[in-house]
Design a protein. Structure first.
Length: 295
């Protein structure tokens, strides 16, 4: 087994229903590559030597034909399919009526057999900026605790309307306390407002950080995920539509196991794609970022 000091795990198993297709393998107009490939290039520059990509089996053939040949030959690349049936045997009946993936927590769990060292975890359709990979790589040179890069929420708003964000609560030492999901976040008269989990509209601090799913983790997280996923499946009311979310499990690890998560503030903007039209809208910006004179 090849030893790696740092792994990148890309969660690319979502179906992208609102996007109207597989947005994880949609090329950026003018760049001839996907957002995921930009992130992988940034990760390699930061010292990553292994990439584990969690995909939906529907895109495997196209992924292997188009994206894989464009990735650096020096990389140890592992493709893992997030299968609905990849659950403990005693819960197999739940998989028969399930039509969508089990969620980000399950997606990451699928990578467990291949990730044996500190890892950066990202989603495939978000552009995080090169410096975020450098931040986490540097963190793991001196630290064995988990970490995350948070992005100022005021910089992640959309012109299309309100956005949903996980708002980070951070203590005075810079450690994550929790992430609370706020819905329909908008700016009104230079003030941020969003609906809290109780449905109440609240003011959000102007310097609040949002969790955009950029994590630095160690293999112990997989043990927490396995236990948590079993508990999730044991809930008789989980039905076949609820998802097992990674941030919820990280929060439980903080609360139950006193797991420390260092929070860093991003140095560059985040760009995300939910709708196909947004890919065209950010294409010009990403093109400029990748063609700076010093790149």
């Amino acid at each position: 087994m090849t030893q790696h000091s740092l792994t990148l795990i890309v969660l690319a198993g979502g179906l992208g229903s609102r996007f109207g297709g597989n947005k994880q393998i949609a090329e950026i107009p003018g760049l001839g590559c996907t957002i995921m490939e930009l992130s992988i290039a940034d990760a390699v520059n930061a010292g990553v030597s292994q990439v584990v990509i969690v995909i939906n089996k529907k895109i495997r053939a196209e992924f292997e034909a188009t994206i894989l040949p464009r990735l650096p030959k020096s990389l140890d690349i592992v493709l893992v399919e997030q299968e609905i049936t990849a659950i403990p045997a005693k819960f197999s009946s739940l998989a028969t009526t399930r039509t969508k993936p089990w969620g980000t927590g399950h997606a990451l769990l699928c990578a467990k057999p291949f990730a044996h060292n500190p890892a950066i975890v990202i989603t495939a359709d978000d552009y995080y900026g090169a410096s975020s990979f450098e931040i986490i790589a540097e963190h793991f040179k001196h630290n064995s605790q988990w970490a995350m890069v948070g992005y100022p929420i005021k910089d992640t708003l959309s012109k299309q309307g309100g956005v949903n964000r996980g708002v980070c609560k951070v203590d005075q030492q810079g450690y994550l306390i929790d992430v609370v999901e706020y819905l329909d976040i908008k700016r009104e008269n230079n003030t941020l407002y969003g609906n809290n989990p109780h449905g109440e509209q609240c003011e959000i601090a102007n310097d609040a950080l949002g969790s955009m799913s950029f994590w630095g983790i160690t293999p112990v997280l997989f043990d927490y995920l396995e236990l948590g996923f079993t508990q999730f499946l044991e809930n008789t009311d989980n039905g076949v539509t609820k998802e097992y979310y990674l941030p919820n499990e990280i929060q439980l690890a903080i609360q139950k196991n006193r797991q420390a998560v260092t929070v860093y503030t991003a140095r560059e903007p985040w760009y995300g794609v939910t709708y196909k039209a947004e890919l065209d809208a950010i294409a010009h910006t990403l093109y400029q970022l990748r063609h700076k004179p010093n790149n």
